[in-house]
Design a protein around this ligand. Sequence first.
Ligand SMILES: [Zn+2]
Length: 429
Amino acid sequence: MTLRDEAVELLQRLIRLDTTNPPGNETAAAELLREYLEASGVACELYAKVPERANLVARLRGGDGPTLALLSHTDVVVADAGEWERDPFGGELVEDEVWGRGALDMKGEVAASAVAIASLAREGWRPNGELIFVAAADEEVGDGFGLQWLVDAHPDAVRAEYSLNEGGGERLDLDGRGFYLCATAEKMSAPFRLRVHGRSGHASMPGIADNALLKASVLVQRLGEYRPEPRAEPEVVALLETVTGRGLDDPHELLPAARGIDAVLASLVEPLLGPTFAPTMISASQKRNVVPAVCEVVVDSRLLPGQRPDEQHALVRSILGPGEYELEPIEAQGGTRSPIGGPLWDAVAGFVAEKEPEAAVVPICVPGFTDSHWVRDAFGTVAYGFFPARAMHPAQAALLIHSANERVPVEDLDLGVRFVRHAARALLG
Ligand SMILES: [Zn+2]
């Protein structure tokens, strides 16, 4: 059996375990992985805050060198079978693609990482340091059963100098040259509530009231029209300088430079030039005939790494202007970055150079966030999102993730196994 077949079979078995979060039930996946890995002589430990939501940590120990953690999650988002052409939990192999919920996000990478560490163990390879594989629960909801909890409750189990995770690895084709995105940073998720005040009254005589919903709509409009003053963050500058082959020191040049090359590139760069505000939820009166005295708008907002929520508040007030409203932060998470360069970067670049010598690796900041920020925050880990994908166009993959008919090309699964093996050997001898 080839490593490729092994990865396909393991992925099929993982997809067939329904780990839709909520409720998760990731223990089934952790046990399957333990059985698979122990058969190849890899030591495994399950850590669970509650019995049905276990995290698996597998490790290969060697010398005193650094630790590389392969991070992943085993939970998936809900799948509505009615929308799918095939059973979302069937794990069918059709024309060299494995179908099912989680194929891309991210049971494919789980399977590839497991096959990589199992195969290295069987070959008798031992790291000069430590190679660990973490298959965590609860990434999609983040209720505190997964990596966040592991980092807090069992830091010694997951502490690492370097880590690889989801969030990058897509291949962009720009003017015939390949560029692989390596996610070295993530924006901060900092949603807030905008509460607008008015005065209630009977809706048949709107003039006697002060409609909070109407007042909110003006403010929502202002948020929608806001365009930030662009900032030149290191990831965007390095990305565009590599792609264009010229220096870009004026932040105002960045978006036009991206637009001049490719629309997909421009859509990637645009949210990385400043904070974003996306009003997504609104509530006002509970009765059709009562003019609302209060209207609440939930605004999804993402800040650049390093921007703080108090900066965000001052900015929002300057966008909205004076008025009868208040801002209430909901939470603030993420917003971390790792250096571009060093041994992990070299491992990624070395793999790309070997597989596609004309291509280049470029850094990217992720507009959303992944579990990587937990280890960056807790341990200062150099954490990258990189799992190479070139058989499927990134625009197609983006449409399938969290959507119907999710599937992964076997070609990319195989490339992933090879990448993880390469990274482990390059970094850990
Ligand atoms: Zn994911």
